[in-house]
Design a protein around this ligand. Structure first.
Ligand SMILES: NC(=O)c1ccc[n+]([C@@H]2O[C@H](COP(=O)([O-])OP(=O)(O)OC[C@H]3O[C@@H](n4cnc5c(N)ncnc54)[C@H](OP(=O)(O)O)[C@@H]3O)[C@@H](O)[C@H]2O)c1
Length: 251
């Protein structure tokens, strides 16, 4: 009997992608979620990022969290925004996603919303560069702490070590919520598999923070090409979905 491959085949393959990544490579599938202005900025010149998008886009972002087993941010975002990274405005999953802080040097104090572990569990991915006193304070606040290798070619924790560690803990989908420095280093490492971009009708100018941090390709020919997979209007904002191809070279 022939099996007919219908129009839902692409959707089915896309929803299976995190599971297949985990089975085949043992690492988490990384979805980068970014809210940005029309001119590609994720925070104003004053550093403020609340709120780039409207309510419907933010609720959609919470739905993305609800289908992820872990949700992560870099140290600067933890310091600047004091995010809760919990699931709100949508039906909560039975287990809240693990909140992941990437802080290689121990800069994020154990006092912010991410260390209210009654809300959801928290994991700090750090390196030997973080002082033992800071690691103890994180643990004292109820967070788990894992010491991984430092990145070999940029700031922070080795991105490959992070996704392998999370994969080892059964995290199929890791929602990476920024900021731009973390996003840039995961893209350069070929470790962003999908991108969900919320595009807001704002213009923030060149003094505002660009969405892709660190070095980029020398020219257009070397730029990573993303495959668009969906466009959805959410109030005044647009949600744009992309898959990334990992054979593209990024300087
Ligand atoms: N609109 C949005 O969607 C959105 C989302 C998030 C943030 N933001 C905004 O973005 C700004 C913060 O972004 P940011 O780029 O300055 O900082 P970031 O990406 O949040 O954090 C960067 C820091 O994280 C640490 N880190 C740990 N592992 C890393 C890795 N593998 N790669 C890179 N960094 C790693 C490094 O500090 P150590 O070397 O000390 O470890 C690094 O300096 C804030 O203004 C925030 O409001 C906007």
């Amino acid at each position: 009997m022939d099996v007919e491959v219908g129009t839902g085949a692409d959707d089915a393959a896309r929803s299976l992608a995190p599971y297949l990544m985990h089975r085949r490579r043992g690492r988490s599938f990384v979805v980068a979620k970014i809210a940005q202005s029309l001119d590609g900025r994720v925070a104003g010149a004053d550093g403020g990022a609340r709120w780039v998008t409207g309510e419907r886009a933010r609720a959609d972002g919470h739905a993305l969290r609800a289908v992820s087993q872990a949700v992560g941010v870099g140290a600067e975002t933890a310091l600047a925004d004091d995010p809760r990274l919990d699931v709100r405005d949508v039906a909560p999953p039975s287990d809240p996603p693990l909140r992941v802080v990437l802080d290689s040097t121990g800069r994020v104090p154990a006092t912010g919303a991410l260390f209210d572990t009654g809300v959801a569990p928290t994991l700090v991915c750090t390196t030997e560069a973080a002082p033992a006193t800071v690691r103890s304070a994180w643990e004292g606040a109820g967070a788990e702490v894992v010491v991984l290798d430092a990145a070999s070619d940029g700031p922070g924790v080795d991105p490959g070590g992070v996704v392998e560690y999370l994969g080892g803990r059964g995290v199929l989908q890791f929602l990476l919520e920024g900021g731009p420095t973390v996003f840039g280093s995961f893209v350069r490492a070929g470790l962003v598999d999908r991108m969900v971009l919320y595009l807001a009708p704002l213009l923030l100018g060149s003094a505002a923070t660009a969405m892709f941090g660190g070095s980029g390709p020398a020219g257009l020919a070397d730029a990573p090409r993303l495959t668009p997979t969906g466009v959805t209007r959410l109030g005044d904002d647009l949600r744009l979905d992309y898959d990334l191809q990992h054979d593209a070279a990024v300087a």
